[in-house]
Every structure is written in C-alpha cells, then in structure tokens.
Design a protein around this ligand. Structure first.
Ligand SMILES: O=c1ccn([C@H]2C[C@H](O)[C@@H](COP(=O)(O)OP(=O)(O)OP(=O)(O)O)O2)c(=O)[nH]1
Ligand SMILES: [Mg+2]
Length: 147
C-alpha cells in the first residue's frame, strides 16, 4: 500500500510515549495516545495534548477521528469530528475530546484516544452565477426524501 511521508516532531512531554501507529495491517487510522491525564466530567470537553507536531505534505490533510470503542462504551468522542490538521500547522496536535456519557471518564497518559487518517485535499474556486442548473431534488433536503 502506498504511503505519504509526514514529518513528526516529538515534543518534550511526549517522553516515553509511542508514536501514532497502525494497530493492525489493514487499519485506516493511526492510533494516537494522550500525553496528559484528564478527568472529563459528563458534558465536559478538553483539547487533549498528544505530544507531537507534524509537517504534512502540501496537498494533504490529516483527519482526527474518534475511536468507536470509546464512543460506544463511554460516550467519549471527538467533538469536532473529523478534526482537521492543516498542512501548514506546526503546533501540537490536540484531540478535542468530549464526554457525552453520563459518567466521568478518566483519560490516562498513554491511552489511545483517537485515530489519525491522512487524506488528499481537493481545493475549489467559486464561479459566481445568477441561476443554478435544475435538478429533480431542487431545494429539497433535510429529510425531503422521507425518513
Ligand atoms: O482536532 C483538531 C483540530 C485542529 N487542530 C489544529 C490543527 C489545525 O491545523 C488547527 C486549526 O484547526 P481548524 O481550522 O479546524 O480550527 P479553526 O477554529 O478554524 O482555527 P484556525 O483559525 O487556527 O484555523 O488546529 C488540532 O490540533 N486538532
Ligand atoms: Mg481553520
């Protein structure tokens, strides 16, 4: 399988932590671990440190996605999913975790909290028009085709 190269900088507080890595041969996302302990009360959110910064090649982004196990078992998810890491961002990658569950959740340093998925970026330009092409859907949306 082809792979792009992303420069990865380990920050001081990543001491002893594993780099983001694929858990299985066929995994789409690289699991990333927390670099800090955070107690997330129900309804709370926190930008959890990962201890890593990166330089993504131009033309790509990295998406920060939740882990389904945390979501299903604990109601813990990425609030802004999928999070977007821009190719020109050089700060620490953070995972905005939210606790939508009914119990407090303890994030512990070294625990896998999200997954990183690199993706190509398609840019666009707008062409201003007065009239848009007609379609069967027209302006229908938001459930217009039924439940
Ligand atoms: O889950 C995330 C989302 C974003 N970021 C960092 C990298 C990204 O390049 C930058 C900006 O993200 P975004 O564009 O989503 O946020 P914004 O609110 O538009 O901030 P900005 O004005 O800095 O673009 O914040 C993260 O570390 N984790
Ligand atoms: Mg932005």
């Amino acid at each position: 399988m082809s792979a792009i190269t992303i420069e990865l900088k380990r920050l001081d507080h990543a001491e002893g932590l594993p780099e983001p890595a694929y858990a299985t041969d066929g995994a789409a996302g690289m699991d990333v671990v927390a670099a800090e302990d955070v107690d997330l009360e129900p309804g709370a959110r926190h930008a959890v440190a990962t201890g890593f910064a990166m330089a993504i090649p131009a033309g790509y982004e990295v998406q920060v996605r939740p882990r389904s196990g945390l979501a299903l078992k604990h109601g813990v998810t990425c609030l802004n999913t999928p999070g977007t890491i821009d190719s020109d961002y050089r700060g620490e990658v953070k995972v905005i975790l939210a606790n939508l569950g009914s119990e407090s959740f303890a994030v512990r340093r070294g625990e896998r909290i999200a997954q990183l998925v690199p993706a190509p970026v398609q840019r666009a330009v707008f062409a201003a028009v007065e009239t848009l092409s007609e379609t069967a859907r027209g302006e229908g949306g938001f459930g217009s085709t039924g439940r």
